[in-house]
Write a protein that binds this ligand. Structure first.
Ligand code: GAL
Length: 347
């Protein structure tokens, strides 16, 4: 209305001023809308830690505490599908060809209506990871399971399988590995195809590693204490024949200082290197908590550190922090970057 009245002035000077003003306003509005370059479905060209990461529909990617694996030209990103508070909607999946643009494939494993089941609705499913078993041709998912109504007391590991990476995954069972409590966890497959479950145990004081059976469905009794200094959120990777492990401290959803350990032998002694994070807010892992280290397909010695910036009141809005891992001589560092892309690894 105001605009209409103003435009009715016939004085050419006033009209010119109004036109300039309206043009400026329009440029500002359209400029503002164009700001989130990481906000156009299918057009993302960079990683922008902590910002909204839209999927193909423009919705923020709702998988957390997760992990990624590469299979036949596609990256599969599994993680906690969340609602408000600690509501667990199961395990969500997103797929991508380039790591920047992700397609929501929906929930591939969900709690069930059966009150007798360990995964009855109301249970908590956290930190799911999926690996592929070449011998059985099955996709095997492990996750941290808390039984309905028991808070974090059950401390169990659980397994589900599928013959397709896109699921649906079928529940196999839940247990305490070799009788040990099991909360935050990760999976790691070595070059020879042997798989391992790494998990926080003994009220999170101990970090343990168990070799899995050949079908990846159970832990073997080769299950050892790695170290005992109250660590969780383990992310294990291998570089130049050595095994590296990033962990967080135990402060719930609140961020804390990360730690890096290294060993030549998974069941040998681990040496603490220290905090690999560098830059703004490094001592709080940039407001994040480790979840996974992703080897980039087709780029040798190239790894992306993945962390969750948790938003406990609205867990589905938790943000993603991905940063390149840099090897500088003997030093392994992870530096904060506002925005970066895979070209970083070619420098
Ligand atoms: C964190 C853990 C998360 C979640 C949270 C609940 O320490 O890493 O996965 O369990 O506690 O408070």
């Amino acid at each position: 209305m105001t605009i209409k009245i103003n435009l009715m002035y016939s004085d050419p000077m006033i009209l010119k001023t109004k036109t300039i003003f309206l043009n400026c306003l329009w440029i500002m509005i359209s400029g503002f809308c164009a700001i989130p370059a990481f906000g156009q479905p299918g057009k993302n060209k960079a990683f922008v830690p902590i910002e909204i990461w839209p999927d193909q529909n423009g919705q923020h990617i709702n998988v957390h505490g997760g992990g990624i694996f590469y299979y036949k030209d596609t990256y599969y990103w599994y993680g906690e599908s969340r609602g408000d508070k600690t509501f667990s909607g199961g395990v969500g999946l997103y797929t991508s060809k380039d790591l920047y643009n992700w397609k929501n494939e929906g929930v591939v494993f969900a709690p069930v209506d059966n009150p007798e089941s360990d995964i009855t609705k109301g249970c908590t499913i956290e930190r799911p990871k999926v690996i592929y078993n070449k011998k059985t041709k099955q996709f095997v998912m492990w996750f941290h399971l808390e039984l309905k109504g028991q808070g974090y007391a059950a401390a169990r590991a659980a397994v589900a399988v599928s013959d397709k990476p896109t699921g649906p995954f079928t529940f196999v069972g839940s247990f305490r590995p070799n009788g040990n409590m099991s909360r935050d966890m990760g999976l790691f497959v070595d070059d020879d195809g042997t798989a391992y479950h790494i998990y926080s145990s003994n009220e999170n004081y101990d970090l343990r590693l168990a070799r899995l059976t050949d079908d990846y469905l159970k832990p073997t009794t080769q299950d050892s204490l790695l170290f005992s200094n109250h660590r969780e959120a383990p992310a294990l990777f291998k570089y130049h024949g050595r095994y590296y492990l990033i962990t967080s401290g135990c402060t719930g959803w609140a961020p804390n200082e990360a730690s890096l350990h290294v060993t030549n032998n998974l069941f040998g002694s681990w040496t603490r290197i220290g905090d690999p994070m560098r830059g703004l807010d490094a001592k709080k892992t940039f407001q994040g908590q480790s979840t996974f280290v992703l080897p980039v397909h087709g780029k040798k010695d190239t790894f992306i550190f993945m962390a969750d910036n948790w938003r406990p009141k609205h867990l589905q809005d938790s943000r993603h922090i991905w940063l390149p891992i840099q090897f500088k001589g003997d030093e392994v560092i992870i530096e904060w970057m506002d925005r970066w892309d895979l070209g970083f690894f070619d420098k």
